[in-house]
Each structure stands twice: as C-alpha cells, then as structure tokens.
Design a protein around this ligand. Structure first.
Ligand SMILES: Nc1ncnc2c1ncn2[C@@H]1O[C@H](COP(=O)(O)OP(=O)(O)OP(=O)(O)O)[C@@H](O)[C@H]1O
Length: 311
C-alpha cells in the first residue's frame, strides 16, 4: 500500500519555547483509517495543524500525496480536508452557500450535484437553506464536515470529531467515515474515545509528550500488548490452589468459587487446552467459563502512564 502522507523528522517548538513535537516520523497509508491517540497536550492538534499548513514546523518534512506542504502548499492542501476541533463558520450564511463557498476556495469548479450528495450524506439537505446560526451544535458539526469535504479531498483529518456529540450523531459520523473510506478517502482522526478507535481504525498511533510512542495495526496491538483472562466458575469451591498447579498463572477469586487464568499475550500464548487438561487431571470441574481481553483503553493507559512499550 502506498503512503499518502509521509512525515519525516518533524519538530515543533512554539515561540514560547515549548517543544510540542519531537522528531516525529509517521506514514499514513492510502485508504486507511488511522487514529491518533494521546492524552491532552500530547501534540495531536499541532501535528494535524502542521500537515494542514496552519502551523509551521520548526524542522522536518511533510509530503501529502507526494507534495511538500511547504514548497508545494496549494497542491498539498487541495488534497486535504480538515475538520477542526473548534466550530468556526460564518453564522449568517446558509448551509448550502457556505459549503459551496468552501469548494470555491480551492479553485474547484462548481458542482451542485456533488455538494448535494455531501449534504444528503450528512443529513443536512433539509437544512440547506437554514442559516448556520440557527442550527444546533450537532448540525453545525455536520456543516464543518461538509465544508471539509466540499473540495473532494482524498485525505480527511478529523480532530476530535465526536467530542461532545450525541450518540446519534456519533453513529452517523462513523457511518460517514466508513462510507468515505469505501470511496478511497484516507482518514486520520484524533479521539479521546478509545473504544471508537478500537472499532473503527485500521491502525493506531500513540503520541505522548510530542513523541510517537507506537504505531501498530489495531488488531495486532491488542493481540500483542493485551492481557487475556479466562475465568472458570468452579463446580465446587476450592479452599486453596492445588500444589500441582502452582506453576500456572492462576488465582482463586470469589471466595474460592472462581479460578482465574491470566496471561500476558505479549510473552506467552496461554495454553488454555493444557490448563483444562490439567484441571481435569486434578479432578477440578467447572460449571461455566468466560474470557476477556484487555481493551485498547487499558493498553493505552498502560503505554502512556506506565511507559509500557511493545517489544
Ligand atoms: N500556539 C502555541 N504556543 C505555545 N504552546 C502551544 C501552542 N499551541 C499548543 N501549544 C502547546 O503544545 C502542546 C500540544 O498541544 P496540542 O494542542 O497539539 O495537543 P493535543 O494533543 O491536541 O491536546 P488535546 O487533546 O488537549 O487537544 C500543549 O502543551 C499546548 O499547550
């Protein structure tokens, strides 16, 4: 898969002297959904703003679809749509006019049919003649997305797209993101809702203190860094663990009624079949079992707060 964004040795020190990005290298593949995760102040918005030409980097290079964002700004920027965190639209314009105007800003010829499709996809068509100031916050957010899509970008940045939006809008937003991906648009988003990244993103990147800590396929990250847990409800409670099983990562919980087998998916695969065989040998029967794996959220907290990295 080819890279649609190529970021190399990117650094940013603000005029205040604060270094927000340190030697960031990151490649975004064409057609993927990439989630950039990081705690508040990690540098996510700074990174997006540099790629979109809003903030100048202190050093390093960024190519968007092969175009250098500094030397070849217009060509690079025309490939990119940005949905910023802050709502900023002309309150007195109608929805349709503002979206059409955004398209014109990029020198694209008028295409009412395309604008109509974008507005329909975002459930804004019925509101197209409404003034933006008369819309609800959720609707305004949809307008921001429509504006970002107005010039048919191949790359869409969404900075915290679902912060503070209701469940319905969030669901619509994700359907839209999936639909865009099907049309070949590359999507890079930042989110605090890690379960969203877990569900939506092909890959995730974790940024902390301005450094990219890790980039990994979402599924592989969870397989690699996740911990797994098998919980057996015993037929008869046990007072203590049998000595013969002391070599296994087992613990007795719920007053001896549950036997819990926890393993770190990084280091061992967990021999569940072997465990069940050995329980049988010990005459330990169980009524039910449940498995659980750590969520991306748990992995993320581990990485960011405890500095646990993938090997
Ligand atoms: N113009 C600026 N001048 C000085 N420091 C800045 C400026 N803009 C951002 N910063 C600092 O850079 C750091 C990174 O900010 P940034 O907005 O990129 O983080 P973020 O990861 O997007 O955070 P959040 O999740 O809170 O949006 C923060 O410590 C912020 O205070």
């Amino acid at each position: 898969m080819s890279n649609v964004i190529q970021i190399e040795r990117l650094n940013k020190t603000y005029d205040s002297g604060f270094t927000a990005l340190r030697d960031v290298n990151l490649s975004i593949r064409k057609g993927e959904i990439f989630a950039l995760l990081g705690p508040n102040g990690a540098g996510k918005t700074t990174l997006i703003s540099i790629v979109c030409g809003i903030v100048n980097a202190s050093s390093g290079t960024v190519l968007a679809d092969g175009h250098d964002i500094r030397r070849d700004y217009r060509a690079a920027r025309s490939r990119i749509g940005l949905v910023p965190q802050e709502l900023s639209t002309d309150a007195f314009e109608t929805v349709q006019a503002t979206v059409t105007f955004s398209r014109g800003l990029f020198g694209k010829p008028a295409n009412p049919a395309y604008v109509e499709r974008v507005l329909r996809d975002l459930s804004l068509w019925d509101k197209r003649k409404d003034k933006i100031m008369a819309l609800s916050g959720g609707m305004k957010r949809r307008v921001m997305i429509a504006k970002a899509l107005a010039h048919e970008p191949d790359i869409l940045f969404l900075d915290e797209p679902t912060a503070g939006v209701d469940v319905e809008l969030r669901r619509d937003m994700w359907n839209l993101v999936r639909g865009l991906r099907e049309r070949g648009v590359t999507i890079i988003l930042t989110t605090h809702y890690i379960e969203e990244a877990e569900e939506m993103a092909d890959r995730v990147g974790v940024i902390n203190h301005g450094e990219i800590v890790l980039v990994e396929r979402t599924r592989e990250l969870m397989d690699k860094l996740g911990r797994k847990e098998l919980r057996l409800q015993l037929a008869e409670p046990l007072a203590t663990l049998p000595e013969a099983l002391s070599d296994l990562p087992l613990s007795l919980e719920a007053e001896g009624q549950e036997l819990v087998y926890r393993f770190d998916a990084r280091h061992d695969q967990g021999d569940v079949a072997g465990l069940l065989r050995r329980l049988d040998e010990q005459g330990i029967a169980f009524r039910d079992l449940r498995t659980r794996e750590s969520s991306l959220e748990e992995i993320f907290v581990d990485l960011v707060h405890n500095g646990r990295k993938g090997d």
